[in-house]
Structures are given as structure tokens and as C-alpha cells.
Design a protein around this ligand. Structure first.
Ligand SMILES: Cc1cc2nc3c(=O)[nH]c(=O)nc-3n(C[C@H](O)[C@H](O)[C@H](O)COP(=O)(O)OP(=O)(O)OC[C@H]3O[C@@H](n4cnc5c(N)ncnc54)[C@H](O)[C@@H]3O)c2cc1C
Length: 336
């Protein structure tokens, strides 16, 4: 996504997770002039806010009486990007290895990242889109069948079918209706899970909404050209011409490989940290929903994630620069 051109070199801090903790951690790392990289399994930044509730209002972020999750993510990305960190999205970190020189290497499904320290902001785990179980859909993936939207412009002038009833489905239908030639949205239930204001806007838009409909098959010569959908009450089928199908079926979340890295855990859900957000592995820190202190009930909240990320990065600075102060000074006294 973004690069400051130092993609191959060793970073001071590599952050796993581009949720609120990871993004704010990257901001603080930039403020302290550390070379930072963020890696996330999702195709977009924002963690749970982007994946699970992009259209919902949040009322307990300091400084915002209320803010829509998507807008908060945009503000966080803008704030973080002032330092131009490397951001590698759609990449899931699998392993953490210590090198003979003491540095660390993260191994992902796409390559390796070398770093002097690592901040794990993995939240509840890596998000990957849920896929349709039938293997018949696989050949059409990225050939007209998509589980996420990377470029709105790719759908310009297209006949589009969106499948799903949550915030993402409704949000994409509303976002793409002015780009696409025609948008049909099907959902297997009559009731939508999406926020009511967006559903009302959808119902008053020119998006063709069909419920309770499901996708049965897609057809076409190496590229999606048709979709067969059916009314799940009457079983009546219809085949419609489409150029693209976007499936928003939710996400699988998996802490997965992180549990195998030799980190002290609290149960299977939390990485054990101390007051400095240090884990038991030197140079490896954790912040946000994934970290917890022994004996203290974790508060899985954005405000807490921000604070922990700030603490983690400033103590990481001290780890990387022995003898230096952890306290970063006041940003208001810096010329940025
Ligand atoms: C429906 C809902 C509503 C909420 N409402 C509020 C609210 O109103 N106020 C509030 O304060 N909090 C709210 N929360 C909680 C809040 O969203 C979390 O506390 C916050 O997202 C935690 O941020 P995080 O950065 O720690 O983790 P996350 O947001 O979970 O981000 C973690 C990121 O790490 C990535 N990741 C994990 N493992 C890997 C890996 N191995 N490789 C690559 N990437 C990886 C994931 O893909 C994810 O993007 C809500 C949560 C939900 C589900």
C-alpha cells in the first residue's frame, strides 16, 4: 500500500496488526524517528473497526463525542502516514525467529521482515474473509468473484452482485452504486445486520435488493458473466448477467501461529505482558486487545489500545537505545 522506499532494509520496529493499537503505535514510532513497518492480514487498515463495524458510531474515543468507525480509521491512517511507514497489507505473519545477531525475523505467507524489535498488536487474531465452501467458485476468484474490494474504480460501468446483509455488504452497495452500471444486493434473510440508517438509505437507493436470496453458482468463460441466485423460501432460481460478484460473508479470526512463538500466554487468548508491555521474549512487545497483565481483567477498548501502544513504543525506544529516556517529550513542543 504505502512505502517509504526502505522495504528491504531492517526496521527498528515491525508492528503486527493495523488496528487502532498498531496504527497509533506506528505513529509514536515515527514520532521517535524509528524506522517502522506495519503488517496486517487484512487488505485494509483498521482491524476490528474496518472488518466488523465500519459504519457504527463509537462514543468513547477521547476527543470525539461520537465518530463512525471508518472515519476514526481514516484519521488514524492520516496521522500515522505523516511518517510514511511501510504498510504491508494482505499479509499474514506466521513465524517469529531470533537471528544470531539478536535481531528478529518475521516470516509471513508472502516473505520475511527483519527487525530490531517487534510489537504484536494482533487483536483477537488475523482476519481473513470467509469464503464459499463449494470448490466450483475457486476458479473465479479475482476473475469477477471477490471477497474484498481493493479499488472502487475496478467496478466502474459493471453489473455488480453483492452478497451479504452486514455493514460491509450495505456499505459497498451504497459506495459502488454510482460507479457500477447496476448493483443488485442479495441477502439470505429479510432482516439486515447492518446499521439501520444505512439499510434505510439502501432501500431508498437505486440498488436492487432481493431477500431472502442466496447465491447458487456463477458462470462464465474464465471470467464471471452470470450468477444464479435463488429464493430460499420458494427455491425459485434465476440467472442474471453480472460482471462481478462481491461476497461479504464475514471474517474468520485466528490467533493461530502467534501461540506457537514461545510467548508466555494467559489462557489461549492473551499474550502476557508487564507494565512496559514487554513479553517474555526480549525485544517483543504486545499492545491492544491481544495483551494482558497477569491478575488484571483486560479492558478490550480502543482508548486502552492507544495507551498501551504509546507505552509499548516508548519502552521499545529505550530497549533499542539503552540509557535513553522512555518519555518522548511533548509533541506540542516539537516542530512537525
Ligand atoms: C462490534 C464491536 C464494537 C466495538 N465497539 C467499541 C466501542 O464502541 N469502543 C471501544 O473502545 N471499543 C469497541 N470495540 C473493541 C475495539 O474494536 C477493540 O478494542 C480494538 O479494535 C482493539 O484494537 P487492536 O488494534 O488491539 O486489535 P484489532 O482491531 O483486532 O486489530 C488487530 C489486527 O491484527 C491483525 N493480525 C492479527 N494477527 C495477525 C497476523 N498473524 N498477521 C498479520 N496480521 C494479523 C488482524 O488482521 C487485525 O487487523 C468493539 C468491538 C466490536 C467487535
Amino acid at each position: 500500500m504505502h512505502s517509504n522506499g526502505n522495504g528491504n532494509g531492517i526496521c527498528d520496529v515491525t508492528i503486527i496488526g493495523a488496528g487502532p493499537a498498531g496504527l497509533f503505535g506506528a505513529f509514536y514510532a515515527g514520532l521517535r524517528e524509528l524506522k517502522v513497518k506495519i503488517v496486517d492480514a487484512l487488505d485494509e487498515p483498521g482491524g476490528q473497526l474496518a472488518a466488523l463495524y465500519p459504519e457504527k458510531f463509537i462514543y468513547d474515543v477521547p476527543g470525539y463525542p461520537r465518530i463512525i468507525a471508518r472515519d476514526l480509521v481514516k484519521c488514524l491512517v492520516d496521522q500515522t502516514m505523516m511518517w510514511k511507514p511501510i504498510m504491508s497489507l494482505g499479509e499474514r505473519v506466521q513465524n517469529l525467529n531470533r537471528n544470531p545477531d539478536g535481531t528478529l525475523t518475521l516470516v509471513s505467507n508472502r516473505g520475511e521482515h527483519h527487525s530490531r524489535s517487534v510489537l504484536i498488536c494482533g487483536g483477537v487474531g488475523a482476519f481473513t474473509p470467509k469464503k464459499l465452501p463449494s470448490p466450483e467458485f475457486v476458479p473465479y476468484e479475482n476473475k469477477g468473484l471477490y471477497y474484498s474490494v481493493k479499488e472502487k474504480s475496478a467496478f466502474r460501468g459493471k453489473n455488480l452482485l453483492i452478497v451479504g446483509g452486514g455493514d460491509s455488504a450495505v456499505d459497498w452497495a451504497l459506495n459502488l452504486k454510482d460507479y457500477a452500471r447496476h448493483v443488485t444486493l442479495i441477502h439470505r434473510r429479510d432482516q439486515f445486520r447492518a446499521v439501520q440508517s444505512a439499510v434505510t438509505e439502501l432501500m431508498h437507493s437505486d440498488v436492487e435488493v432481493k431477500t431472502p436470496y442466496e447465491l447458487k453458482a456463477v458462470g462464465g468463460n474464465s471470467q464471471v458473466q452470470t450468477a444464479t441466485i435463488f429464493d430460499n423460501r420458494t427455491k425459485e432460481e434465476m440467472t442474471i448477467p453480472v460482471d462481478a460478484v462481491i461476497l461479504t460473508l464475514g471474517f474468520n479470526v485466528d490467533l493461530g501461529p502467534i501461540k506457537e512463538w514461545g510467548l508466555d500466554m494467559i489462557g489461549t487468548r492473551y499474550i502476557k505482558v508487564n507494565r512496559k508491555m514487554e513479553t517474555n521474549i526480549p525485544g517483543v512487545y504486545a499492545a491492544g486487545d491481544i495483551g494482558a497483565e497477569e491478575g488484571i481483567e483486560p479492558l478490550n477498548l480502543i482508548a486502552v489500545a492507544f495507551s498501551q501502544a504509546c507505552m509499548a513504543v516508548n519502552y521499545m525506544y529505550q530497549y533499542l537505545n539503552p540509557g535513553a529516556k522512555a518519555f518522548p517529550g511533548h509533541s506540542s513542543e516539537k516542530k512537525l
